[in-house]
Design a binder for this molecule. Sequence first.
Ligand SMILES: *Cc1c(COP(=O)(O)O)cnc(C)c1O
Length: 396
Amino acid sequence: MPGFEFFGAKERAEVQDVLDSGVLMRYGFDGMRNGHWKARELEKALAERMQTKYAQLVSSGTAALTVALASVGIGAGDEVIVPTFTFVASFESVLALGAIPVLVDIDDTLALDPNTVAKAITKNTKAVMPVHMCGSMADLGALKVLCKKHNLLLIEDACQAIGGSYKGIPLGAYGDIGCFSFDYVKTITCGEGGGIITSNETYYKNADHYSDHGHDHIGKDRGAEDHPFLGYNYRISELHAAVGLAQLKRLDDFLKIQKKHYTILKGSLENVEEVTFRRVPEGGVENYSFLNFFLPDEESARRAHSTLLSAGIDGCFYWFDNNWHYHKKWDHLKNLTTLGPVSEKVTKQADKNKTADFSQSDHWMGRSLSCLIKLSWTEEEVARRAKTMTEVLRNI
Ligand SMILES: *Cc1c(COP(=O)(O)O)cnc(C)c1O
């Protein structure tokens, strides 16, 4: 997955353009910037690559989620459905807006289960936020039908699956609005950064203004711009955007390498009878950043995980026990351990998140391993990994 493995001459050249002018800010300073608008250029390239009308860059993937939620009008008391397997940013962004994160089970796609989502919808539900974890997607078709039926917004967190697609549409572009992270360990990186894509003009304008204190970005004098509504500062810097510009141009090359490595590993593991693979919804194409598979039960998954590690296979995750990605370790969310007071509505839902039955999620995550696909592996390394992994898993 990580684009940082291939940080090189192209990234340096883009950053050098910015260093030469010294204009590190994405807005203004027209005369000084030698014609370089890295953030603007990256937004154009991102929208083009993702087949959306608009893209908005921000300072992180978490900021992208927050700005996306704000831009579609989510606020205090609104319920947003998020999965039990995700990164903490899912509920952090919802809480940041005073909205209410509602945890819902995943299925064998390792993403939101449309059936459990349907059961979690209340009169306060405003949005469903599937998270395309580890390179593959939720059942987006079923989720869209559900959202249409109940008049809900579909907000895609494609932070871990950039470049994947569903029914020919890039992940992030299928719902009402989609989010990417360009942090240091994602498929392409800005160092830190995030992106929002949408084809809805209003959502885009809202994102553009909201991420910059509400600036309407009309005219050439920032100080004289108007503020049609309250915003915040989630701006990306030109330096970060410059890195991303070089990386986005390399995305399709990165995906090709990931697919090649993934295909060799999967082809080998297919020979192990007890190993089954995560379901990719019909019409879905992964971005191949992880190979995700199931063992027959929790005990064998744990054993496989530790044996793979001792056999020198790094980068395999047993998310079931992970502090950041699985609900079992989110006591701070369930107990609402916050620095300041929280609204009563948020508190009520926290109690529900705490006592809910997530045995369906536990069933899948307890048996699941995810192995990171690296770009920098040599052919021999991939072959050796495939052989070692297959042997280890056969013996489990
Ligand atoms: C990385 C990530 C984020 C947050 O991105 P940052 O840029 O690190 O803030 C959000 N969601 C998912 C699924 C992620 O993997």
